[in-house]
Design a protein around this ligand. Sequence first.
Ligand SMILES: [Zn+2]
Length: 314
Amino acid sequence: MTNTMTIRRPRFTTHADGTDATLTIHEIIGSGDGPTVGISASIHGNEPTGTEIILELFRLLQSTPIRGRLMLLPVANPRAYAVNHRFTPIDELNLNREFPGDPRGNYTQQLAAAITREFLEVIDVHLDFHSGTDRPTVDYVYLWNDEALSRSFGSTVLYRPQPSREGTTFSGTTKVVTLDRRNIPVVVVELGGGIVDQKPYVKRGIAGLLNMLRQLGVMEGDVIPPPPQTVVKGIKTIRPTQAGLLETMAPPLGQVIHKGQLLGRVVSPYTFETLEEIPTPYDNGIMILSHLSRNLVESGDYGYMVGDLDGAET
Ligand SMILES: [Zn+2]
């Protein structure tokens, strides 16, 4: 028995170049009963690794029967994705801060309202993929409201945030759309990015996604138990205060870094002097986001993210 696969392109407004503004949603219906699982990526247009992971899932679904229904939203913010930009170019707003949106609001709010109506309100579980951009690389999973499902993705570092984040899809789905009505499970994956080969991240992403789908009963097969995992409750984002070439000196992602070690340094590409040395913020930290190649940064760009191991669950 194979899946029924259809593509829907609901229109929510027009663009000034005469084209329709649409969402692109794949609906995949399996043969037996099961939940409706929504999988989205590229809510931030310059975090494209999740879109590749959904592409690989789509290919697998040609020959892998499912139970229930999948709704794939591979590119949540098409205008931002097209120009590799975090925000919507039309109004420079962060889509992930505008949920549940407003059909009479600005463009990004109209987009958010369309995603809420066509996607968030019809799903039972939401799996949302973010990544690093074409500079930093990231590797962790948010632990929001479904611990077992979040852990089943298989990342070694998870983050239990302290509530709440106004306007993210999480508050959009739980507070406004579902917390009062449905309270659906949400897993937010942060994986990949950087000027490095994305294949290993896509491979890990599809493996983790398939494991979550087995956990949800959408796919057949045994759930692979997660590796030893660290759950941090505090994360610090460290931004360079000087522009230049950022050279990382920190250990790889997922590894421990202690007070006194440097995360990296900013070197002038003109004079070659060291403009800034960037220390790690915690006595005992774990690497969550880093620059894996020598990257040009502006002052204030994403530099590093370090999780606090003191008070973490291991
Ligand atoms: Zn993001």
